[in-house]
Design a protein around this ligand. Sequence first.
Ligand code: SF4
Ligand code: SF4
Length: 244
Amino acid sequence: MTDSLRFACTGCGKCCTGHHVPLTLSEARQWADAGGQVVVLIEAFVTDGPGMPAEQRDHVLRRSHPVPCGSGEARVSVTFAAFNPGRCRNLDDNDLCTIYEQRPLVCRIYPVEINPHIPLRPESKDCPPEAWQQGPQLIHGTQLLDAGLEALVQASRQADRDDIAAKVAVCQRLGMTTSAVKGNGFTAYLPDMGAFATALSQVAETDGERWTLHVENEALVSDLQAWGMQTTSEPPVYYAFIGF
Ligand code: SF4
Ligand code: SF4
């Protein structure tokens, strides 16, 4: 980890290819309205139990929502992301963003990390080496030196907290109620975008759907069942299990 980093974007466009871009609720609405596909990524944990990283307790609790699971309660974190398996639909032939002024928050923040527990590591980013050898000093220790960027990071974290109940309600409306366990994987859904847009317009009406945790590790299954959790290891049909 470098204590002090300089950075200036070279405009290479690599971060706009092969990255599912996390979206706030209102950005997901805009993405859907513009004809884009959203991928829904879900992970869950038990408060002070399986899946909860103790050192990130406050952070993960704030951006998760309680749901009934088995005879107990799980907390789920839901990410709505622009589905970009290849080039982003907004990247033009010159590698320029065609919605630059309206691009999502995360696009404005990259390569900075949103999770306060993940240090910024150039080697885990797509930016070429020269991007880290030019421009103003970006970070010192864990302190972001660009006040505008810091405000965007805070806005993104706040949206995570503000949006989570509505995102869970959308998942429940669309029957997306099987989650992976945090640290063990994600469940990933590609909803029909017409149904997704309808669910987004109805999010005020929250259901009390019961959730299930997708786990293939037998020791973790036993641990979760001791907490009263409902688990499944059946081959997924309507979602993908992306295990770690
Ligand atoms: S919206 Fe624009 S900045 Fe964001 S990934 Fe797509 S092309 Fe890149
Ligand atoms: S990968 Fe880095 S340098 Fe390249 S466009 Fe994205 S932010 Fe800029």
